[in-house]
Design a protein around this ligand. Structure first.
Ligand SMILES: Nc1nc2c(ncn2[C@@H]2O[C@H](COP(=O)(O)OP(=O)(O)OP(=O)(O)O)[C@@H](O)[C@H]2O)c(=O)[nH]1
Ligand SMILES: [Mg+2]
Length: 276
């Protein structure tokens, strides 16, 4: 009997510890309780004494108690994990919505500003130039007005896809809103003439992307884009000002007949001021 009591204490301790660790897997704790409690309960039962019967009763009660505890722990654990998973997913969604455009899934204005700020600082440090290409679709309103907003949306998505496929991994294509896209080219030259040539080449390649018509819902759409280009960092390092300059150059491309690109020239600023 003293040996069996010692074994009982040992088993009870092991079972209590096992319940906390194994309850994450409910079938595992059930199996564990059966193989640890049933043999000793049977051995007490086979004693055939009153004390043996009391111990059988106590062990069965203990087993029920442990099962209930394991079930509670299992439920709490599952709820906690589900809540944590939902929270992580919700945070990821909020983060994505804050930085990416809902329609095209391209980086949005906010993310573009962040990247542009970092890129301008890096360019200053390392002494190379980058470029901003500000792209606005020509007469996009006609698509919306004649074929509907939904088809306009599909066209914007298709444009975003073509732009993304064309770019290098280190470049960024963002959607500012409406039919306006910005392409951020990093490290394209050590001086402005080299950077201009490269920016011009990318602008031409982007315009060639529009030569192939967009086919959507049985419609064949011929779309073009006007592009304004500004190099950085020249004298201006504020992302907002840089974008405004690229926008001014884009407007000049529109004024000059659309479907073309223009580099920002300081004289254009005067025209902008007048327009404002
Ligand atoms: N389908 C769709 N249209 C949008 C969305 N956001 C803005 N627009 C429309 O996009 C059009 C943008 O027009 P603009 O770029 O100003 O004019 P445009 O007709 O493209 O003419 P130009 O740019 O001057 O060549 C407007 O008609 C807006 O209503 C959008 O998310 N989806
Ligand atoms: Mg437009």
């Amino acid at each position: 009997m003293p040996d069996q009591l010692f074994l009982t204490f040992l088993l009870v301790g092991v079972i209590a510890a096992a319940v906390t660790t194994l309850s994450a897997l409910f079938p595992a704790i059930m199996f564990f309780l059966l193989v640890t409690i049933l043999p000793i309960t049977w051995s007490f039962f086979s004693l055939g004494t009153n004390l043996g019967m009391v111990l059988v009763g106590l062990f069965l009660f203990f087993m029920l108690l442990m099962l209930k505890t394991a079930y509670r722990l299992n439920t709490i654990l599952a709820e906690t994990l589900t809540m944590r998973h939902d929270k992580v997913m919700a945070e990821a969604t909020i983060h994505h919505q804050a930085l990416y455009d809902e329609l095209t899934d391209l980086p949005n204005r906010r993310m573009l500003f962040d990247h542009l700020g970092q890129e301008v600082a890096r360019s200053f440090r390392h002494g190379y130039l980058g470029a901003i290409l500000f792209l606005d679709l020509d007469n996009f309103k006609n698509v919306n007005d004649s074929l509907g907003h939904a088809l306009g949306d599909k066209l914007l998505k298709a444009v975003a896809q073509r732009l993304s496929q064309r770019l290098r991994q280190e470049d960024i294509a963002a959607r500012l809103g409406g039919d306006e896209f910005v392409i951020l080219l990093s490290e394209i030259g050590k001086d402005s003439s080299q950077a201009s040539v490269r920016a011009q080449r990318v602008a031409s390649e982007i315009q060639q992307l529009f030569l192939e018509p967009f086919r959507n819902d049985g419609h064949t759409l011929y779309v073009s884009a006007s592009i304004g280009i500004v190099l950085f960092p020249l004298d201006e390092s504020d992302p907002g000002d840089l974008l405004q300059r690229a926008d001014v150059a884009m407007y000049r491309a529109k004024e000059d007949g659309r479907d073309r690109f223009r580099f920002f020239q300081p004289a254009m600023q005067k025209a902008l001021d007048t327009r404002l």
